[in-house]
Design a protein around this ligand. Sequence first.
Ligand code: PSU
Ligand code: MN
Length: 308
Amino acid sequence: MHVSRIFVAPEIERLIKNNEPVVALESTIISHGMPYPKNVQTALRAEEIVRENGATPATIAIINGIPTIGITKEQIDYIGKNGEKITKASKRDIPILIANKQDGATTVAATLFLASSAGIKVFATGGIGGVHRYFGDIMDISSDLDELSKKNVAVICAGAKSILDIGKTLEYLETKSIPIIGYQTNEFPAFFSRKSGFKIKYKMESPKQIADMLKIKWDLGIKGSVVIANPIPEKFDIYGDLIASAIESACNEAKEKGIAGNQVTPYLLDEINNLTQGKSLEANINLVYANVKLGAEIAREYSKIPLC
Ligand code: PSU
Ligand code: MN
């Protein structure tokens, strides 16, 4: 597929054309979500897990002004090494980075936009952005939520962290008609923990059941994503107080220091990692692995459904 101003790696292009399973992966998680070198190791291992589960990964980033679907291992390393020096690119940043021939690590919103332009149907990540805490004072709603309502690409995530206002985030998703499916659960997961206290209406047991529903939704012309909420594997769940107090003090500190805009999430992730002595990073890495595995399984099932 030749999409104007977007480069799709030839392997990925061929697979999409043949309706073979491809899983999109984002790159802000590499540049801003984790420290080097674990960010690069995680991104490469995530790609391997997708392959081990019968699909092909397409990590997405803007390289030298070219939105690229399926960056190379060397490019993953480059983004990871340069970390926060690379622009965190949401959808609104894309045309500017192209015009300026700059690099960009794509957020969920930007990755959704680019994956969808290339014809990819499944995207796996760690966590989506949402409505931030203190919404009354600071109107911070991630553009991830808006893009989720526009693109026919399923997003597998481990729910939303309680650095966000989970209740308001769920309400916003409802307003935007974005279905939320709990993978083998009726509770919306809170990223580092399997439980958030918020129930979700629909639970599905298998990748096939999810793939069939996606096909029905998009056949009907109901535009937009479906959020597939996959709880962190039990073994890595950070229960109760440890994570709650780390999140609480990180959020207060960010507010006191006046951290704002798109710097909030990276700042909090780093601070929470320090406060939990690395436990939250381990959790983050392992929930990503679980999500990309489920993403590969869903993409495989989706590609088995006859096109019509
Ligand atoms: N949550 C994480 N790690 C991340 C992000 C979210 O646990 O790296 C990134 C994703 O790329 C997401 C973005 O799309 O942060 C949301 O940022 P903002 O709230 O500024 O829209
Ligand atoms: Mn924001």
